[in-house]
Write a protein that binds this ligand. Sequence first.
Ligand code: NAI
Length: 387
Amino acid sequence: MFAKARTGAIQASVRNAQAAAFSKQASRNMKILAILYKGGEAAKQEPRLLGTVENELGIRSWLESQGHEYLVSDDKEGPNSFLHKNIHDADVVITTPFHPGYLNKELLDKAKNLKLCVTAGVGSDHVDLNIAAEKGLEVIEVTGSNVVSVAEHAVMSILLLVRNFVPAHEMIKRGDWLVSDVARNAFDLEGKVVGTLGAGRIGFRILQRLQPFNCKEFLYYDYNALDPTREKEVNARRVEDLKQFVSQCDVVTVNAPLHEGTMGLINKDLLKHFKKGAWLVNTARGAICNAEDVAAAVNSGQLNGYAGDVWNVQPAPKEHPWRYMQNPLGGGNGMVPHYSGTTLDAQLRYANGTKQILENFFQGKPQLPANVIIGNKGYATTSYGQR
Ligand code: NAI
């Protein structure tokens, strides 16, 4: 009884101390950095491009009205960059995965005041999450904000590869009309086996959207099994061995976060186990695939095509092999810049979500549990590897 009362008193005093710390935090002016991508003329003409340096997530006047300092730039690489020069006394860093400010150990060591890293979007691999957890930093993202946007893009990418769309369109723009040149590598999605590596929010939505295509089978590979009702909803069968999984798929779509367990997972050793002529779509993170190995597989025809919007360094250098790879019939490349999750609809959702995260932080309110990647007790998500 006495021990219980004592525990209660200790908990109350911890709560009071936390409340005092939060009210101190709220009353202090914060330095908030945002690393966003340059929008140029397009951002001046289109204010709904909220994720740009020009439009600043639409939160400048709101932050400044509360006395906070808000510094925004796209300059993030190297010791003389804006990010490196400003990190030492920043309280909050916001960055978008479309133009990620890489918060590695070196930078996090310099960031003596940092408390919160916000991802304006989904996917927080640009932060060294293990170091953030060690340092007691919070990493919060706007979970779910663009999962439909990405799922739609992945479905489109699957179709454009299977139907050999890109070479057909390029032929039209060239002024040619050679039906058999493109029809010889065009197929139906009906009757094919489609598998998702990662069956979380995006992977699941891709399978949902593919239901009417009469595919032969839907497979998934994920250490987190779907519950039976959800498995049934998308007619999916789980395959627990990765090699067996890829060897059964005509189409593989990658939808797992980038972490120690997925970095370079799709490399020449695994590609040997893919069906000859399979299609691979990756809208998750470029570094999940080995760039050279994937390009070689497409160039040789081991893969009939690869499509996606994510690259192992962003912006991707001009000489990146994924810009130029093509299958032996001149198609099979569906690469675009990282934009699937940054439709105008998605930008509004992740800008609003970022504002809500900051508001919770200023007021000492709990964050939405689904948004917490690293919380005050370390990893709060099961999506970044089994630990
Ligand atoms: P989620 O957290 O809902 O689902 C991820 C799933 O991947 C989880 O079920 C997890 O168990 C699984 N997973 C993790 N490691 C795995 C492994 N080694 N093998 C198999 N499965 C594994 O995440 P959500 O919302 O579906 O997003 C997934 C990823 O997509 C994000 O982390 C991000 O990197 C990427 N993304 C890309 C966008 C774009 O614009 N291209 C936009 C949004 C997200």
